[in-house]
Design a protein around this ligand. Structure first.
Ligand SMILES: [Zn+2]
Length: 90
């Protein structure tokens, strides 16, 4: 999936389903630099997995239930099971 749609799609899915398992590709050898720590969004392939972006505020709506990492074809993926902190009134 194109990462530009990542947050929108995650939000939409979390409106329909109670939990969501999110897998993101990242590079565990890529150091987290100031560019990353100053970034506001969620786009990141570095080892911080975008947790340093805006202090991780893009994850604020979510409760993280579980986390795991896996390696598929020598690409490292990080997995998060999340739920919305408060159900949205739609
Ligand atoms: Zn980073």
């Amino acid at each position: 999936m194109a990462d530009v749609h990542f947050i929108d799609l995650a939000d939409e899915l979390l409106r329909r389903y109670p939990n969501l398992s999110i897998g993101r590709e990242y590079n565990e050898h890529e150091k987290c630099y100031w560019q990353c720590q100053r970034a506001q969004g969620w786009r990141c392939t570095c080892s911080c997995q975008a947790r340093n972006h805006a202090g991780g505020s893009w994850m604020d709506p979510w409760n993280v239930l579980a986390e795991d990492n896996s390696i598929i074809d020598r690409v490292t993926w990080t997995w998060m099971a999340v739920e919305l902190k408060t159900p949205e009134a739609h």
